[in-house]
Design a protein around this ligand. Structure first.
Ligand SMILES: [Zn+2]
Length: 80
């Protein structure tokens, strides 16, 4: 008659970091700035608590591409 609500309690489990190997990558929402200066507001992504490396899942990658494409049109026209 025991029940273990482990699934509910462990909704957020850290992932192993490909950079440093520590299992301390957690999901977080943060404004992220790309190398070329393009920023994505409140982007959901993974960040390693040990080395600070960030990684994007499919949803995050899709959002970056969508927002960049929307802005890229204006930038391409303006640079001519
Ligand atoms: Zn790491």
């Amino acid at each position: 008659m025991f029940s273990y609500p482990q699934k509910e309690a462990q909704m957020i489990e850290p992932l192993p970091c490909p950079e440093c190997g520590e299992v301390r990558m957690i999901r977080m929402v943060e404004t992220f700035r790309l190398e070329d200066g393009f920023t994505v507001n409140k982007l959901c992504h993974y960040k390693c608590q040990t080395c600070g490396s960030r990684f994007f899942d499919d949803d995050a990658m899709h959002r970056i591409q969508t927002e960049r494409a929307a802005l890229g049109h204006r930038a391409a026209i303006a640079s001519r």
